[in-house]
Design a protein around this ligand. Structure first.
Ligand code: HEC
Length: 138
C-alpha cells in the first residue's frame, strides 16, 4: 500500500529530474567539460595560464589565428620555445590526439569564444582534415 504510493510519487519525480538535467545543459557544454578535464590544470580556469610555465589562451596569435595550426597544437603538443605576448615559454605541452575529433572541436570552439576571445567555431571536420593531412605528410 505504502510502497505503491511511494512509487507513484518517485517515478514521475525521477522522470522530471532527468528531463530537467537534459534541457538545462547550455550550448557547447562539452567544450567546457573537456577544457576542465584536460586543459585547465595548466592554462587555468580563466585561461590566464601560469607565469613562466604555461602560456595564456587570452587573445594569443595561436588561439585566434590559423585554425589548422591551433588544431595542430592539440594533436601534436608543443615543445619549441614560443613567445606569447612578450613572454617566452619553454615548457612542454603533451599531445592530446587521443581526444575525439568532436572533443577537440568543442574544446577549441570553447577556447576561441571564452576568456574574452571572439573567434569562429572549430568543426570536427576541420580536426579530421588536420589529422589526415598530418598522416600524409609523415
Ligand atoms: C601539462 C600542461 C598543459 C596542458 C594539460 C595543456 N597545455 Fe596547452 N600549453 C602548455 C605549454 C607549456 C604550452 C607552451 C609550449 C611551448 O613552450 O612550446 C602550451 C601551449 C598551448 C597553446 C599555444 C600557445 C598559446 O598560449 O596560445 C594553445 C592554444 C594551447 N596550449 C591549448 C591547450 C588546450 C586546448 C589544452 C587542452 C586540450 C591544453 N593546451 C592542455 C601546457 C599545457
Amino acid at each position: 500500500m505504502l510502497n505503491k504510493r511511494l512509487v507513484s510519487i518517485l517515478v514521475p519525480l525521477c522522470l522530471l529530474m532527468v528531463l530537467i538535467s537534459c534541457t538545462s545543459t547550455p550550448d557547447n557544454s562539452n567544450g567546457a567539460v573537456v577544457y576542465r578535464q584536460y586543459c585547465m590544470q595548466c592554462h587555468q580556469a580563466d585561461g590566464a595560464g601560469v607565469a613562466n610555465l604555461n602560456p595564456p589562451l587570452i587573445q594569443t596569435e595561436w588561439v585566434l589565428g590559423d585554425k589548422s595550426r591551433l588544431i595542430g597544437v592539440v594533436l601534436n603538443g608543443l615543445s619549441d620555445p614560443i613567445e606569447i605576448n612578450g613572454e617566452t615559454f619553454r615548457n612542454v605541452m603533451a599531445s592530446h590526439a587521443f581526444l575525439s575529433d568532436q572533443d577537440i572541436a568543442d574544446v577549441l570552439t570553447y577556447v576561441r569564444s571564452s576568456f574574452g576571445n571572439e573567434a569562429s567555431a572549430v568543426t570536427p571536420e576541420e580536426v579530421m582534415a588536420e589529422r589526415l593531412n598530418q598522416t600524409h605528410v609523415d
